[in-house]
Design a protein. Structure first.
Length: 247
């Protein structure tokens, strides 16, 4: 589903991603873990071309884009993004629209489908994420957990083959984290391909097929999530996990 080869990205001549290589197969759940500043979010944003890499190649689905030799076009970006849906740390819901209006906005704009068909699908997704009774409310009337679940439903409306999550619980109070993780876990059980940046190690061990530990712009260690997050081989991975346990 995803193949990344020799991917590099710098900001103001400071390397952030240093020759990243990874693969994600269809139906896999992959977690990117590591300290802040290790390059996890930049890698995720490069996958969706919110950041344009300097060098390397990204293949998602049937679309392959190489960087460094030619300019990336709007067509390249659109074709890459048709394969993925992204959920951010912040919820990014339109404050002047109801929950239902937020969720149908993208497919209404991007697809020439009948509005009633889209509305029916949106209502099914809202039920799936436990928000049916809130569909006519505006975002400021909802908790952070409810807004994040709405953001997940909004991304799913575009039928992405890959879901990208950038620390989806980091902006939430602890008591709201569980409800969002429960939705993500249900997607994993349905076979949704996902790449998740997270500091929730217990969740990552439970849900992920593979884990990639990043440090200083490199993938330092990769393998089965249970193995990497419980008994890592690399010293830097062990140090990171020990720091999390001390918090």
């Amino acid at each position: 589903m995803i193949t990344i080869e020799s991917l590099k990205k710098s900001f103001d001549n400071t390397p952030v991603l240093k020759s990243i290589n990874l693969q994600v197969h269809k139906g896999e759940v992959v977690c990117l873990v590591g300290a802040s500043g290790s390059g996890k979010t930049t890698l995720l944003r490069c996958l969706n071309l919110l950041e344009i890499p300097d060098e390397g190649t990204i293949k998602i689905g049937e679309k392959v884009v190489s960087f460094g030799e030619k300019k990336i076009t709007k067509k390249d970006i659109k074709e890459i993004r048709q394969y993925s849906g992204m959920v951010f740390q912040g919820f990014h819901l339109f404050p002047h629209m109801t929950l239902l209006e937020n969720i149908i906005q993208a497919p209404l704009t991007a697809k020439q489908q009948d509005k009633e068909v889209i509305l029916e699908e949106a209502r099914v997704l809202l039920e799936k994420v436990g928000l049916t009774e809130h569909q006519d409310k505006f975002p400021d009337a909802l908790s952070g957990g409810q807004q994040q679940r709405a953001a997940i439903a909004r991304a799913l409306m575009m039928h992405p083959e890959v879901m990208l999550f950038d620390e989806p619980t980091s902006a939430l109070d602890p008591q709201l984290v569980r409800e969002v993780l429960k939705v993500i876990e249900s997607l994993a059980k349905e076979g949704q391909t996902m790449v998740i940046v997270t500091h929730e190690m217990n969740f990552a061990r439970r849900i992920a097929d593979k884990a990639f530990f990043m440090d200083d712009g490199y993938i330092v260690e990769e393998g089965p999530a249970e193995e990497i997050l419980t008994d890592p081989k690399e010293e830097r991975t062990r140090e990171f996990l020990a720091l999390l346990q001390d918090e």
